[in-house]
Design a binder for this molecule. Structure first.
Ligand code: NFE
Ligand code: MG
Length: 509
């Protein structure tokens, strides 16, 4: 029997996502992702001082503001023809690294893990940890009152869809609590050079305005060490344990099979030589080079005035009243690369590094192969729900470890910023990778003011609606084929959606 169900809103993600599924015989046949709230940042930016852009665009999101700030400064640096000094580049990597660590931890522990972990297991806890004991008392009180249903369906109803091993459940719940502290630590660590977080005060075109001192280097190093221990001993281990408990998710949520990364954490002069590499994978092909002119956005099924398919350098944002465009179903535009749907994010970056397997990326192959061996999985299994979780954890480790090397390279008391002058007329592109994937900002300056500003954001790629040719977006494709045991509680679909770590606040902007 065919039926249509709505998951609206999808909880435990960022922003406002509604997903509609057409199900036949307990299998998803079609999926539609709708971004439900217009934001208007690209319009707010028009006619402003270009130097406001890295501050305003950071407000697109509270989870990945660092990436928006960096994309904006890169776009402006391209327009102003300046490059930051070495210290400035290293500080950006260290601030972005801190943001990646906290973002990957929030995604696994606080957003996704509750799809797999039975929080009720904490009622069997008999140890002395005060936080776990407090949580146990709270869960017991909720179970007896039933008051949180349906806000927290993982409490009173729906049994038997979570991991069964009490030790795995209690360990993961303990790490859920510890991860709150670890995220605070990651913010504190990044703020040493960011001035404050999540929204950075010190990012400007030309570099970073914070001074590099031995005291700050030592403080960052001490906090980083604690985070690395947590990533190695808790995060990676818990992801492996979840993967062992739910091996069927190596088969679920495959998606479009195309991957894109602009590259992040530049290590050479200018925005080049990225620690997380640039590349494009189409289907089973190798990682090939990327050309920004291949990016377009389509608005056929989006609530924007009908327009040609445009590269963001000349992109237009002209919202319409949803009532006047009934064929449309989302505030997200539909980005495409050379006409193709692309998946972006940690899986894309790690697969690209894995396939390139050159220079420093040998390390990625060794780590990934080690994880696959432990799980008895193959490289092709990476394109799945569990593959996304595993590559995110691997990436978190790679970035945390690399931060120690960037930190060691800082030169105390040497400048981290260079002066800039805003030209009368100019344009520039800033491409980077936010924790959720490929992020681009395009700026056009006329009369020293912003004439046009366009952002194409990771979740715009992943949660895009259909395009003029009718091709569904990456998450829409990944949902097709998902088996739903109980259409009243389509947890299998939400596992697929959350594996992409969507942020609709970013995606619509
Ligand atoms: Ni709002 Fe973001 C990241 C960006 S995702 S979280 O990471 O850019 O669309
Ligand atoms: Mg945009």
């Amino acid at each position: 029997m065919a039926q249509t169900i709505g998951i609206d809103p999808v909880t435990r993600i960022e922003g406002h996502l509604a997903v509609r599924l057409r199900i036949e015989s307990n299998q998803v046949m079609e999926a539609y992702c709708s971004g439900e709230m217009f934001r208007g940042f690209e319009l707010i930016l028009k006619n402003r001082d270009p130097m406001d852009a890295q501050q305003i665009t950071q407000r697109i999101c509270g989870v990945c503001p660092v990436s928006h700030g960096i994309a904006s400064t890169l776009a402006q640096e391209a327009a102003y023809k300046v490059i930051p000094p070495r210290n400035g580049k290293l500080l950006r990597n260290l601030i972005l690294g801190a943001n990646y660590i906290q973002s990957h931890l929030i995604h696994f522990y606080h957003l996704s893990a509750l799809d797999f972990i039975d929080i009720k297991a904490v009622t069997q806890y008999n140890g002395k940890d005060p936080a776990l004991s407090e949580l146990k008392a709270w869960v017991q009180s909720q179970l007896s009152s039933n008051s949180l249903y349906p806000v927290a369906p993982f409490l009173p109803r729906y049994e038997s869809q979570y991991a069964e091993d009490p030790e795995l459940n209690i360990t993961a719940v303990k790490h859920y609590l510890d991860a709150l502290e670890m995220r605070r630590l990651a913010h504190e660590m990044g703020a040493l050079f960011a001035g404050k977080l999540p929204h950075v005060a010190t990012l400007v075109p030309g570099g970073v305005t914070e001074r590099v001192t031995p005291r700050k280097i030592a403080a960052y190093g001490e906090m980083l060490q604690k985070l690395r221990v947590f990533v190695d001993n808790a995060y990676l281990e818990d992801v492996l344990a979840v993967a062992q408990a739910f091996p069927e998710y190596f088969q679920a949520g495959k998606g479009c099979g195309n991957f894109l990364s602009y590259g992040a954490f530049s290590e050479a002069e200018g925005n080049t030589d990225h620690f997380l590499p640039t590349g494009v994978i189409i289907g089973d092909g190798p990682s090939r080079s990327f050309n920004p002119s291949g990016i377009t956005e389509d608005v056929t099924f989006s609530w924007y005035k009908a327009a040609a398919v445009l590269n963001p350098a000349t992109g237009v944002t002209a919202p319409v009243d949803p009532g006047q465009k009934e064929s449309a179903y989302s505030w997200l535009k539909a980005p495409r690369y050379e006409g193709q749907v692309m998946e972006v994010g940690p899986l894309a970056r790690i697969l690209i590094a894995y396939k390139q397997n050159s220079g420093r990326h040998h390390q990625v192959k060794t780590l990934v192969d080690g994880v696959l061996k432990k799980l008895g999985a193959k490289a092709e299994n990476l394109v799945s729900v569990l593959g996304r979780h595993a590559t995110r954890a691997i990436e978190c480790k790679l970035v945390a470890d690399r931060c120690a090397e960037w930190l060691a390279e800082l030169k105390p008391d040497e400048p981290a910023v260079t002066a800039v002058a805003i030209p009368e007329e100019a344009s520039g592109v800033g491409l980077t990778e936010a924790s959720r994937g490929a992020l681009g900002h395009w700026i056009q300056i006329k009369n020293r003011k912003i004439a046009n500003y366009q952002c194409v954001v990771p979740t715009t790629w992943n949660c895009s609606p259909r395009d003029a040719s009718g091709k569904p977006g990456a998450v829409e494709q990944a949902l097709v084929g998902t088996r739903i045991k109980n259409p009243e509680n389509p947890i299998e679909a939400t596992r697929v959606i959350r594996s992409f770590d969507p942020c609709i606040a970013c995606a619509v902007h």
